[in-house]
Design a protein around this ligand. Structure first.
Ligand code: SF4
Length: 102
């Protein structure tokens, strides 16, 4: 991708979002993202991704959406995955360490 800036790639990806399967689901999407962000456990976060992941699986621009999430440093749900600052949110899916007692 030499010679093509991140801004150009992000702009091109953003244009294609108008064709996304979620384009008319603003209220539902906001609810899904709020639930995802508020989820404390990995199991709860995975559960919060269930509905958007089904929608995204059939979306014609899922690849562009994932690219835009990465290029723009997105935090939230995109392409059926959780993102934090443009990276897949694997770190948030780890279980917290057990506290040692005695
Ligand atoms: S992949 Fe998912 S989040 Fe991205 S545009 Fe399509 S439906 Fe929306």
């Amino acid at each position: 991708m030499r010679g093509v800036s991140r801004e150009v790639l992000a702009r091109d990806a953003a244009w294609s979002l108008a064709d996304g399967s979620c384009k008319d689901l603003t209220v539902e999407w906001a609810r899904w993202e709020a639930t995802y962000v508020a989820s404390v456990t990995a199991a709860a976060r995975l559960a919060a991704l269930t509905e958007p992941a089904v929608l995204c699986a059939d979306c014609p621009i899922v690849t562009e959406c994932a690219d835009l999430a990465e290029l723009s440093g997105y935090t939230g749900i995109a392409a059926g995955q959780g993102y934090r600052n443009g990276r897949l949110d694997h770190a948030r899916q780890r279980q917290p360490r057990q506290r040692r007692t005695a």
